[in-house]
Design a protein around this ligand. Structure first.
Ligand code: NOJ
Length: 584
């Protein structure tokens, strides 16, 4: 055997994470986020619905995901696209009925897909029966004690109780007219004025949400994604806060403020965990908590608390090899320290799609939406890098979250007319933030046909840009090199190679600058992402398993990985070492 052909392409290996033999599904799953408004519309009103989802679940099974997370479909005036819940135990008519939910769940389970639903405990809609009663009741009443009502400051209480700002812009307090018509107390809303915050020091609130969990567990859901999981408990006395209050970055100055990440939230999740543990099967809690550090995030997934927390540190990492490597190492260290799986995510319904973020001059920066008059992403470069980023993500041990449409390489709609916008962040920021509508545009299932197959009438609650025809599922399915086929094959290989339960080593490649590329090894698979610089050459003895874009071989037979590419490679046989380090 040619010694050169057989030698490993790396100069050193640094162990980061041991393989695991733990069989629980939620440690290794790929979870696909369905945003019900924009997935598939069965009745033609232009808004997606539960029967539409049921009819398209085959797509998700064929794609190869393990679970589906549904954003809210509960009764709601839809001020914040359903994150303003008026009745936690019913389905909004725009999405269907409880029977439609049951049918969707049964179909998903028949296809082997788990189903996670959203629970929104930080606030309700102003149309929730509790809030209506609170408005009709006097200051100091039991009805008001379910929310955060306070007297104002200053003369006649005309100033808000503190200086907190809403995450969507404007003050976090709104003053109410008392039943007798006089100006009265103020209520807190970290988000829109029509999303009043609940008071989680009130045992009635705690009891109610445990019942809400049981309601959906009894129907058979496999778990909950917990909205604003870090926000339920506020610091005593509601002290003023001069830092920023943003959902996406956490606090800009390294702390998250008195409205977030208070110690008291953990006790809530310990009791929720006990509720879930009383049910058969592995039901899970997933924390949506935008925090400054991975170690703070890991506290939500300590033994006896939640099962997973979104890894927003990974999502917010710009296109930079050193930072990318660091966040992978830090993420695994933080979750390993508490025995939880690491999660990975690149896109969701709150951020600019990674296809577009990665095509900005400041690649991977996090604008709050993109308007036509803003810098426009380089679509080709963004898609290329997005495919590379995804292929890295799907090779990492732990749980991966996909956002609907990313399997089609959908870009953000950066040319949406302002008149079409619906995100409360757009309105409350006075147009300073474009908001999140650009990542929420209904999916194109077919190049032709009404609303690209989204709706039988062609109606669509947000307009679809012309570029969506190119991205439609029916023009990608079965087409080698398409983004859809890349995702499908990567998911199949991830499962076959057991990468989700694999080990991870950092690798140094001979002659490759660490600031140009990230090289990792999961089990036997070498995963190389080239961020910038010269092409990376991998020796001829390496077998290419999959690459995010075309990879050529040079005259010597070496694989040539251009910048903006990730490849999964089997190194020469002699370099495929036994992996002894495994934890159970
Ligand atoms: C986080 C959700 O993901 C977002 O869409 C929503 O606006 C806020 N929480 C408020 O519920």
């Amino acid at each position: 055997m040619d010694a050169l052909l057989d030698s490993p392409p790396w100069t050193s290996l640094f162990p980061v994470h041991p393989a695991t033999t733990d069989a629980q599904w939620w440690r290794t799953a790929v979870v696909y986020q369905v945003y019900p408004r924009s997935f598939a519309d069965s009745d033609g009103d232009g808004v997606g619905d539960l029967p539409g989802i049921t009819a398209r679940l085959d797509h998700l099974a064929a794609l190869g995901v393990d679970a589906v997370w549904l954003s809210p479909f509960y009764t709601s005036p839809q001020v914040d696209a359903g994150y303003d819940v008026a009745d936690h135990r019913d389905v909004d008519p725009v999405f269907g009925t409880l029977a439609d939910f049951d049918a969707m769940l049964a179909r998903a389970h028949a296809l082997g897909l788990r189903v996670i639903v959203d629970v929104v405990p930080n606030h309700t809609s102003d149309e929730h029966a509790w809030f209506r009663r609170a408005l009709a009741a006097p200051a100091g009443s039991a009805e008001r004690a379910r929310y955060v009502f306070r007297d104002g400051r200053g003369a006649q209480g005309a100033e808000p109780p503190n200086n907190w700002r809403s995450i969507f812009g404007g003050p976090a307090w709104t003053r109410v007219a008392e039943p007798d018509g006089t100006q009265g107390q103020w209520y807190l809303h970290l988000f829109d004025a029509r999303q009043p915050d609940l008071d989680w020091t009130n045992p009635e609130v705690r009891g109610e949400f445990e019942e809400v969990l049981r309601f959906w567990l009894d129907r058979g859901v496999d778990g909950f994604r917990v909205d604003v999981a870090h926000g339920l408990v506020k610091a005593d006395g509601l002290p003023d806060w001069d830092g920023t209050t943003a959902m996406v970055e956490g606090g800009a100055d390294g702390t998250t403020g008195p409205m977030f990440d208070q110690e008291g939230v953990h006790e809530i999740y310990r009791s929720w965990r006990a509720v879930l543990d009383a049910y058969p099967g592995d039901r899970v809690l997933v924390a949506e908590a935008w925090l400054d550090s991975l170690s703070r995030t890991a506290r939500y997934v300590r033994p006896g608390e939640m099962h997973q927390a979104f890894n927003f540190a990974y999502l917010t990492t710009p296109w930079d090899a050193d930072r990318n490597r660091q966040v992978v190492v830090d993420s695994l260290a933080a979750s390993d320290a508490v025995g939880a799986p690491t999660t990975w995510v690149l896109s969701n319904h709150d951020v600019v799609r990674h296809t577009s973020r990665l095509g900005l001059a400041d690649a991977g920066s996090l604008p709050k939406g993109i308007r036509a008059l803003d810098e426009q992403p380089d679509a080709e470069l963004g898609l290329r890098r997005a495919r590379a980023a995804t292929l890295q993500m799907l090779a990492l041990p732990g749980v991966a979250y996909l956002y609907q449409g990313e399997e089609l390489g959908l870009p953000e709609d950066t040319a949406m007319p302002d008149e079409a916008r619906q995100d409360p962040a757009w309105f409350r920021s006075g147009g300073l933030e474009a908001g999140r509508d650009g990542c929420r545009v209904p999916l194109p299932w077919s190049a032709d046909g009404p609303a690209h197959g989204f709706s039988p009438t062609g109606r669509s609650w947000l307009p679809q840009p012309p570029s969506f025809a190119r991205h439609a599922l029916d023009v990608q399915r079965g087409v080698p090199g398409s983004t859809y086929e890349l995702y499908r094959r990567a998911l199949a290989l991830r499962r076959h190679l057991q990468l989700a339960s694999g080990s991870l080593d950092l690798v140094e490649l001979a002659g490759v600058g660490t600031s140009d590329a990230v090289a990792l090894r999961n089990r036997d698979v070498l995963v190389v992402t080239v961020h910038r610089g010269a092409p990376v050459l991998l020796p001829a003895g390496c077998d290419l398993l999959i690459a995010s874009d075309d990879v050529a071989r040079d005259e010597a037979g070496s694989l040539v990985l251009e910048p903006g590419t990730t490849a999964w490679v089997l190194p020469p046989r002699a370099a495929r070492l036994p992996h002894a380090r495994t934890t159970g």
